[in-house]
Design a protein around this ligand. Structure first.
Ligand SMILES: [Cu+2]
Length: 445
């Protein structure tokens, strides 16, 4: 029985291809009209639709630590304006660098629109270098693809280019410089491009957009170093390193979507969420059909791709959200240190201290203590630098920096302002074991 079904479907597919082939032969077909049965990124056929309106046609995306690019409608077209320029950007309190971004921000503002919208995007170049902007994952005419030299002339300093195309799909996408990528992306020239479905099958209550990227900024330096190939020391969510990341606040039982994109130079990132599991519902190629979705607690986001996840935030608390690569939850880590784990440094740290005023040995057994020492004022770090890890939490110092943020799930909240630390119900927090408990349970210490 299933065999017969399969062959029927195959026959239909072949028929569909034949129709598409005929269209191409007639010279009028394109990726936009051919092979629609393979498209999981469309809820309507390409065509002219009225500009989708926030609140009505979609629930606007939240970009933690970021903003959405405003637009105006002119003759039924959504008009945006991106300005590529140098920006003083703070990664976390204590570390600011001269980066390249858009509209005064690093990364650029999130572009948000609806499947079926027609968009016109002006790009003004206020850098001292030529540039070109690529719309990553979008199905569009070749000449609008933004690869410098290949699909268009470079946008020279002072020039403004005009891109225009219909949005024939929905999904989680990106934009980024596609000229001198190694330099321009290392300096921050990227942003998210979110396209909502014209006819959504479901809505979420909170829809977050997070761009992952990596930087090399030597302690005390004022500019990211684009020449770095392996040893990145600032790892960011939306260009912020913890404790500079803004928490994501949701009301308990809300449906939550996270769109996570990665435009790091060389690193993939396993994006991990605590306290919940989620479904992987899409990539930058489109939506994953319901029957093919799979559950995860960690999803690998390869360089140059996006993953969209959804879950119901039914578990109240303060939940860590972070890259699971342990060196990616560190700030300005030096990787050329000797291994001091297990070494008693007390003898020579006194001797070195006599020679180098202010010298303090790194604790080989607890590297995370670095942040604590800096916070307490025991240890000086260079100007314009942040300690390797963390910030003070409700119980102790949190030993993570970099690609780390918080999902704060609270019952009954009416505001998405940071609600402070979670107050756990009594007897639901790990604590020091009492001697009588240890004895009673027969634990030998
Ligand atoms: Cu990572």
């Amino acid at each position: 029985m299933s065999k017969i079904k399969l062959s029927r479907r195959d026959a239909l597919t072949v028929a569909g291809l034949a129709v598409a082939g005929a269209g191409m032969a007639a010279g009028k077909a394109s990726a936009q009209t051919a092979g629609n049965q393979f498209h999981h990124a469309r809820t309507v056929e390409p065509g002219n639709y009225p500009p989708g309106a926030p609140g009505e046609d979609y629930t606007p995306v939240i970009t933690p630590n970021g903003v959405t690019l405003p637009y105006k409608v002119a003759g039924g077209v959504k008009v945006f304006h991106l300005i590529a320029e140098e920006v003083q950007h703070e990664f976390a309190p204590g570390l600011t660098a001269t980066c390249w971004g858009f509209n005064g921000r690093v990364h650029g503002p999130t572009i948000e629109a609806v499947e079926g919208d027609r968009v016109r995007i002006y790009v003004t170049n206020r850098l001292r270098a030529p540039t070109s902007i690529h719309w990553h994952g979008l199905i569009l005419p070749s000449g609008m693809d933004g690869v410098g030299g290949l699909s268009q002339p470079l946008i020279q300093p002072g020039e403004t280019f005009r891109y225009e195309f219909p949005l024939v799909q929905h999904g989680t996408h990106m934009y980024h410089s596609h000229h001198d990528e190694m330099t321009q992306m290392a300096l921050g020239m990227m942003g998210m491009f979110v396209i909502h479905p014209r006819r959504p099958k479901r809505r979420v209550d909170r829809d977050f957009a997070i761009m992952l990227s990596t930087w090399k900024i030597r302690p005390g330096a004022r500019r990211p170093d684009p020449n770095e190939m392996t040893d990145f020391n600032i790892l960011t969510f939306n260009a912020r390193a913890f404790p500079g990341t803004e928490p994501m606040v949701v009301r308990q039982n809300q449906r939550v979507r996270m769109r996570v994109a990665n435009l790091s130079a060389m690193d993939h990132h396993p994006f991990h969420l605590h306290g919940h599991t989620f479904q992987v519902v899409g990539t930058d190629g489109g939506e994953i059909p319901e029957t093919a979705r799979w559950p995860e607690a960690t999803i690998l986001i390869p360089v140059g791709s996006a993953r969209t996840i959804e879950f119901v935030a039914d578990n109240p608390g303060d939940w860590a959200v972070h890259c699971h690569m342990t060196h990616h939850v560190m700030n300005q880590m030096g990787h050329d240190l000797e291994n001091m784990v297990g070494v008693d440094q007390s003898v020579f740290s006194g001797l070195v201290g006599d020679l180098v005023p202010g010298y303090m040995a790194m604790d080989g057994n607890d590297m995370a203590a670095h942040g604590k020492h800096v916070e307490m004022g025991h240890m000086r770090i260079p100007d314009n630098a942040i300690p390797m890890v963390g910030a003070q939490g409700p119980f102790d110092h949190i030993g993570m920096g970099g690609m780390f943020t918080l999902l704060k799930v609270r019952p009954g909240i009416t505001s998405y302002e940071d609600p402070g630390w979670y107050q756990a119900p009594e007897d639901t927090t790990a604590r020091l074991a009492r001697a009588d408990e240890i004895q009673k349970d027969g634990i030998d210490i």
